[in-house]
Design a protein around this ligand. Structure first.
Ligand code: DCP
Ligand code: MG
Length: 603
């Protein structure tokens, strides 16, 4: 399989483990024979006589240890009893080592695979992540890989054990008595037919199990991260219902698989018991009629071997079950691993010039959608150091427009350039490190305030962080927090107000001193006075930075060098406030509506 390469670093363990298993199996296989000696020579009447008559290994051993004829039946029992004990101990030792090495190889395999899968997930573009869905990606990273690990461990331990038991047990059985072999031969077809029937039905179900698990994960994910909304709308019951239905689906399919599997054990037990009865019958008849040197010990050993062989077939079944689960899971993991990121960087990087960003005849529609494009015929040149504002009604494509600059998405037609180089030719890291993108929805992490800001620039000093916080007008509230910059923020910034979150996000964008700073409605939760202060300090501290600022309020954009008005997916006008007031009706309408509503239009 394609994932086998992940086992390579651990091949030493992967090879040793089955070898160790050989030791354990050999021990297990030799036990019934020793038991036979005890029964036939140690316990049975005339045991000593029989031993001398049979000769061979047990006779040699006793003679070697005690000298010819110098031992009693009790010493036979003790000798072979001690031998059995030693073999059990040594076998156990080998077994333990085998389990350890197998676990080591399997866990190493899982660890490396998970690492690579995670890296791959991180490299996927937004569109691709959306297509997999978060729930499914989480299941693939955790449950599916665990299945594979389980499988590797199982194979390492069982690939030697089952066939050896199967073949070794059969050989031993036949060497005891050929008729016992016939018993086995009769029971095997029955067994195989049952197993094949069950497996052929259950195997296809495993991929369904994983899909249902995806669904459960998706629902949990959505609800846990959206806990506030769920509570605000008192939708707990509805969401619990939704979870129950996903959970019920998972239960149903699991039950279906288990119901099928449940057939195996009773059938196996019945066949096994029949085989045992057959051996006792055959053995008994032979003993009573004195044919072919059949002994009680032979019958007992025969019973043990038949059980071992049938059990090994059981193990093979489990292996098949594990294989089928692993194939289902493996396919899902490989699907992720083989998804080539659609947005892949090249190797260029542009030099700072007069023009920071241009859009040339850009049109854009979200991947996988059809109908009217979200944006069309966009032509725009943004000069270095300029502050460009973008305004327009909700859903008109403002976020989409700026998403093209750091290449979250690729333009469907036309070209977007940064510093004179098409973004598609950029090295992604080089491109994105030129840009700070403050998102519409602030994303904060459960960490300290300082570390959240430092996220924008990993090697930022404390002074840089404070400076960024001052520019973002966040220093006041941060200093009032109980631990200042070391205060801990709850997950997703739940312990802060909307405006505080926005200002932290802005500080994070500012701290890296980017060439291009994009605010996607990032000041919407600030009051006008704070927003004005922010604008002023940005102007002072970051003169060379090109600022692209999306906003809903005229007051926020009024002072920008130019304002682009977006309507019907294209830029209607792009000019300073005064010009727009004269020439652009849409802009005047927005202005008028905000005048009427708020009355106050800025400072
Ligand atoms: N859209 C889409 N797929 C996405 C995101 C958006 O199909 N992953 C659609 C929905 C809108 C259009 O694209 O009709 C424009 O969406 P934007 O997010 O670009 O809109 P705005 O940012 O202008 O809206 P708002 O002011 O509400 O943020
Ligand atoms: Mg938006």
């Amino acid at each position: 399989m394609k994932l086998a390469k992940y086992l390579k670093p651990y091949r030493l363990f992967a090879i040793i483990s089955p070898l160790l298993m050989i030791g354990e199996v050999m021990g297990d296989l030799s036990l019934p024979f020793l038991m036979r000696y005890i029964v036939d020579y140690g316990i049975a009447e005339n045991g000593l006589f029989e031993l001398v008559k049979a000769g061979g290994f047990p006779y040699e051993v006793m003679n070697f240890l005690y000298g010819a004829g110098n031992y009693s039946q009790l010493s036979i029992i003790i000798t072979f009893g001690v031998m059995m004990l030693l073999i059990v101990l040594v076998g156990g030792f080998f077994g333990t080592l085998c389990a350890y090495t197998a676990a080591k190889a399997a866990q190493g395999f899982g660890h490396d695979l998970r690492c690579d899968a995670y890296k791959r997930v991180m490299s996927l573009s937004i569109e691709q992540t959306d297509k997999f869905t978060t729930g499914s990606l989480v299941t693939r990273m955790t449950n599916d890989i665990s299945m594979l690990v389980e499988f590797v461990e199982m194979v390492l331990r069982m690939c030697v054990r089952s066939p050896m038991f199967l073949i070794g047990g059969t050989i031993m059985l036949i060497s005891l008595n050929v008729k016992f072999g016939v018993v086995l031969l009769c029971s095997l077809p029955l067994l195989l037919v049952t197993l094949i029937l069950v497996l052929s039905k259950s195997v296809p179900l495993y991929s369904v199990v994983q899909k249902r698990l995806d669904k459960v994960n998706s629902v949990v994910q959505e609800n846990v991260s959206g806990a506030r909304v769920v509570k605000a709308y008192v939708r707990e019951d509805y969401e619990i219902e939704r979870f129950m239905s996903a959970n019920g689906g998972l239960k149903d399919i699991n039950l279906k698989v288990l119901r099928l599997m449940a057939i195996i054990t009773p059938v196996l037990t019945i066949i096994q018991n029949f085989a045992i009865i057959a051996i006792i019958l055959i053995g008994g008849i032979d003993i009573s009629s004195g044919i072919g040197g059949m002994t009680v010990g032979n019958v007992m050993a025969g019973i043990t071997y038949v059980t071992q062989v049938i059990m090994s077939i059981m193990m093979v079944t489990m292996m098949f079950q594990s294989i089928s689960r692993a194939i289902a899971s493996g396919k899902r993991v490989i699907e992720v691993m083989e998804t080539e990121p659609t947005i892949k960087g090249a190797d260029k990087s542009g030099e700072e010039g007069d023009i920071a960003v241009t859009f040339e005849n850009v049109s854009f529609r979200y991947p996988g959608t059809c109908g009217r494009p979200v944006l069309h015929d966009i032509n725009l040149e943004i000069r270095r150091g300029e502050t460009l504002a973008i305004i327009g009604s909700t859903g008109c494509g403002k976020t989409s427009l700026v998403s093209l600059i750091p290449r979250f998405y690729d333009a469907t037609e036309g070209a977007v350039t940064v510093d004179g180089v098409n973004v598609k030719d950029y090295d992604l890291t080089a491109l994105r490190s030129k840009i700070s993108f403050v998102m519409q929805k602030s994303e904060l992490f459960s960490d300290t305030v300082a570390n959240n800001i430092r996220w924008g620039k990993t090697d930022a000093s404390d002074e840089e962080i404070k400076e960024a916080a001052r520019v973002a007008q966040a220093s006041d509230f941060i200093e009032h927090l109980p631990d200042g910059y070391d205060s801990y923020i709850a997950e997703k910034g739940a312990s802060l107000s909307g405006g505080q979150k926005q200002r932290l996000s802005i500080a994070r964008g500012v701290v890296r001193h980017p060439e291009i700073l994009i605010f996607d409605d990032a000041t919407s939760a600030l009051d006008l006075a704070t927003e004005a202060k922010l604008r002023r300090s940005l102007n002072e501290k970051m003169k060379d930075t090109t600022v692209i600022m999306i906003a809903q309020r005229i007051a926020s954009v009024k002072e920008a060098d130019r304002i682009a008005v977006i309507e019907d997916g294209t830029i209607k006008h792009c000019a300073p406030h005064d010009v727009l007031m004269r020439e652009c009706e849409t802009y005047r309408d927005i202005y008028a509506s905000q005048m009427k509503k708020g009355g106050d239009i800025g400072e």
